[in-house]
Design a binder for this molecule. Structure first.
Ligand code: RIB
Length: 316
């Protein structure tokens, strides 16, 4: 029996090593940075933390299904999830090392990321079977753990009536593009950035789409889902299969680090959906939260808590 207010995030957990640079290195180039800092990251963990912070005090629970290594990074990542109110009973300790992301951030706050997946690749949908029936109202997925396992988890949770929110990030590599129809067939809410919207639409035969909005409208129609495109400083726009659209703007900010902004959007959107908020206000809160996340270095450092989001639709 699905619990109305329970969110499951099935995804990656990383430790991020972040260096600020004047300009991101090109292939073959070496650039210097004064220092590297470590932060908690991984798209799955970031989304779980954003959801839990925005759900603080509401009774909505956020459970993370993931895998870390038997190492100090893994212990620290687990403690961080717990400190943020995320239920970690479905995080397993695998034999591979904890996932690690190497991130450079330039002066404009833009980043380049390489993820060493490690333990994330050991995540299996079977870990969920400790429940007789999935007690979740919403499952949130991304593209940093094995696709087969994500599909199995989504199907299993959906069987008990849950909704599926899939953030197709990073954009699927060429060898997984043949699986896109299979993924989108079980998705209720698809979240993509502009680049991902175009890439996915092109892989599904709409290569002439020049604008992300056109690509998103195509995807929404093709699989009768809600496709939401995040567009950074331009806000976000959603298309329904019926053709209706909802757009929200973003507050003007001077970004320090955009890492985790998309994850913040997804986590806060998930809470809004679980709370039963209308799509527009859920998107407004998510867009505001994502902008706040860009004001501090590190994916999770600037993510707002529930109290910071009150009245956020008036702030954009
Ligand atoms: O979306 C940002 C995240 O991508 C980082 O925290 C990094 O770990 C990678 O997974």
């Amino acid at each position: 029996m699905a619990t109305k207010h329970a969110i499951l995030v099935f995804g990656s957990i990383n430790l991020d090593l972040v260096a600020r640079v004047d300009a991101i290195a090109r292939p073959g180039e070496t650039v210097l940075s004064p220092r590297a800092d470590s932060f908690f990251g991984g798209k799955g963990a970031n989304q779980a933390v954003a959801a839990a912070r925005s759900a603080q005090g509401t009774g909505i629970t956020v459970t993370m299904a993931g895998a870390v290594g038997p190492d100090p990074f893994g212990e620290a990542c687990l403690s961080n999830l717990k400190d943020n109110g995320v239920d970690t009973r479905l995080v397993k300790i695998a034999s591979e090392p904890t996932g690690c992301a190497f991130i450079t951030v330039d002066q404009r706050g833009e980043n380049a990321i390489t993820v060493a997946s490690g333990a994330n690749m050991a995540l299996q949908a079977d870990e969920l079977r400790e429940y007789e029936a999935a007690p979740f109202a919403l499952i949130v997925l991304q593209m940093e753990v094995p696709l087969e396992q994500s599909l199995a988890a989504a199907r299993w949770v959906k069987e008990s009536g849950a909704k599926v929110l899939w953030n197709l990030a990073p954009a699927p590599p060429a060898q997984q593009r043949g699986r896109l129809d299979e993924i989108l067939a079980i998705v209720d809410f698809l979240v993509v950035n502009e680049h991902e919207a175009l890439a996915v639409a092109a892989a599904l035969g709409r290569s002439e789409a020049e604008q992300p909005e056109e690509a998103a409208a195509f995807l929404a129609r093709l699989h009768d889902l809600t496709c939401i495109v995040t567009m950074g400083a331009k806000g976000a726009i959603a298309f329904e299969g019926s053709g209706s659209r909802t757009s929200v703007s973003a507050p003007r900010i001077a970004p320090i680090d955009t890492t985790g902004a998309g994850d913040t959007f997804v986590g806060v959107l998930a809470t809004g959906i679980a709370e039963g908020f209308p799509l527009e206000s859920s998107m407004e809160r998510a867009t505001f939260a994502a902008s706040q996340a860009c004001l501090m270095l590190g994916a999770q450092a600037g993510m707002p808590w529930r109290g910071d989001l009150e009245g956020s639709s008036n702030k954009i």
